[in-house]
Design a protein around this ligand. Structure first.
Ligand SMILES: [Zn+2]
Length: 67
């Protein structure tokens, strides 16, 4: 995901900012993240967010709960 953003020439901050400003686009982004996420790791997990750098909606939610 970070690699994709880098290839597009945008920062991840800009991606999440855009997702916040355009909820419809944010939903499409979440769906794409769910489809493209690594199936070899467990999700809905702060560990996967931090260690595997997974940014699927479930791992982002787990990160929110962890704080
Ligand atoms: Zn995940």
């Amino acid at each position: 995901m970070n690699d994709v953003a880098a290839q597009m020439g945008v920062s991840m901050v800009a991606v999440w900012e855009r997702a916040r400003m355009f909820p419809e686009w944010g939903r499409e982004l979440d769906e794409a993240l769910l489809r493209g996420r690594d199936r070899k790791i467990s999700h809905d997990s702060e560990w996967s967010y931090r260690v595997h750098r997974c940014r699927c909606p479930e791992c982002r939610e787990a990160k929110r709960r962890y704080r």
